[in-house]
Design a protein around this ligand. Structure first.
Ligand code: PLP
Length: 403
């Protein structure tokens, strides 16, 4: 058909309707602008990207390189190589206190993001409602929509430390509610749900027979007393209805490797496997050996990285505390702080654009993460401590000028 008949190009006519439900990433737009500024010789503060600035530890790279040299270059099992699944099972058992059979209950994925999409396709029917925190990591909403589900946002607020209120969840339950997505520690807020709150949310999940998608990708980047944030999986009765989403990107500085995993009951894992067989089939075989080494070897590299994030967090919080008009809820995990900048009388997108264009501070407008993110900025302190220090000084100057 010719374009003249519909007024639409061929590509527009060809596109599936579901694409109208999902936006392009608001974060990627900032990346493009940063590249442009850097090409023009500007010194940019990199608070836009949620990935560690460290290199992947040497022993992990060496294990992957050795596997490649050895000829581990053919298809792996759909669920992942046994050594890696066993290591994921053992690690999850240590972190959550719940025995996990790695061979039967885990699936290795091309990043946590693939794990989210596959889980939605495995458990969401068209018309099912999926509760997501607002603000949120956008993949829950977009992947739920692509599976035919209907995302329903549950607002979380700075006044509550961005914790998910069981009352707010309960208010949004309908006969179509199928899944609750939880992120703890959270992106973009850094909130860590307390064990008590997880229990209250678990009670709702049990009463309404919900599947819980517990995204724990930041669990080991936790500034509390233990080295793993409280897990939804540890709440009695929850392992049968929970899919843990986790991965290597943040904990081991392996974001470019594209490796993540799910942990779920044996039966739920079989459902995940079914979808998995028709997506990427399996993850690159030789990199899985590097990942198995990451989980099984001495974990001091993780402690060192978390120690560095902790220093940066202090620099950010001290710096933000000195800027009049900025309110902050102390992040307890991940590497994000989500200050409230409403007192400056502009939208979060206007402030983020101003900071980037006039002061070369790259961050993401809170509205990108959902309607309740409006009035906030997401600052990712995953760049060097020095850059964070320089950044908070520059931010103080920039925001003071805005007042
Ligand atoms: C909450 C959350 N889940 C999942 C992901 C995706 O991680 P991966 O690199 O493993 O796909 C991210 C990445 O920023 C994230 O913040």
């Amino acid at each position: 058909m010719d374009t003249k008949d519909t007024g639409k190009s061929f590509a527009e006519r060809a596109m599936a309707d579901r694409l109208s439900l999902v936006p392009f990433s608001g974060i990627r737009k900032v990346f493009d602008k940063v590249k442009e500024l850097e090409a023009a010789g500007k010194d940019v503060i990199h608070w836009q990207i949620g990935r560690p600035d460290f290199d992947t530890p040497e022993h992990i790279k060496a294990a992957a390189a050795a596997a490649l040299k050895r000829g581990e270059v053919h298809y792996a099992p759909n669920l992942g190589i046994p050594a890696l699944r066993k290591a994921i099972g053992a690690r999850t058992t240590i972190d959550t206190g719940v025995p996990v059979d790695g061979e039967k209950q885990t699936c290795v994925m091309a990043g946590a993001n693939e794990a989210i999409l596959v889980s939605m396709l495995a458990f969401i029917n068209p018309g099912d409602e999926v509760l997501v925190p607002d603000p949120n990591w956008h993949h829950y909403k977009s992947c739920a929509s692509m599976a035919g589900g209907i995302p329903v946002e549950v607002p979380v607020r700075l006044e509550d430390g961005f914790s998910m209120s069981p009352d707010e969840v309960e208010k949004r339950i309908t006969p179509r509610t199928k899944m609750l997505c939880l992120t703890s520690p959270a992106n973009p807020t850094g909130c860590v749900e307390s064990a008590e709150n997880l229990k209250a949310l678990a009670d709702i999940a049990r009463r309404h027979d919900l599947v819980v998608l517990a995204d724990e990708i930041y669990s080991r980047i936790y500034y509390g007393e233990r080295n793993y944030a409280p897990s939804f999986y540890s709440v009695p009765g929850m392992p049968e209805r929970t899919v843990i989403i986790n991965g290597f990107s943040k904990t081991y500085a392996m974001d470019g490797w594209r490796l993540g995993w799910t942990v779920a009951s044996e039966e739920m894992t079989r459902a995940i496997l079914k979808v998995r067989q028709y997506t990427t089939v399996c993850v690159n075989t030789f990199i899985q050996y590097g990942a198995a080494e990451a989980l099984s070897a001495d974990q001091s590299c993780v402690d060192q990285m978390v120690g560095e994030f902790s220093k940066r967090r202090t620099v950010m919080l001290d710096g933000l505390a000195k800027i009049p008009g900025v309110k902050v809820a102390e992040p307890k995990g991940a590497f994000y702080v989500f200050p409230d900048i409403r007192s400056f009388g502009k939208s979060s997108a206007q402030v983020a654009d101003y900071l980037l264009n006039e002061h070369h501070i790259a961050c993401v407008a809170g509205s990108v993460f959902g309607p309740s993110g409006e009035g906030h900025l997401r600052l990712a302190y995953s760049c060097s401590t020095e850059e964070c220090r320089k950044g908070v000084d520059r931010l103080r100057t920039a925001l003071s000028a805005l007042k």
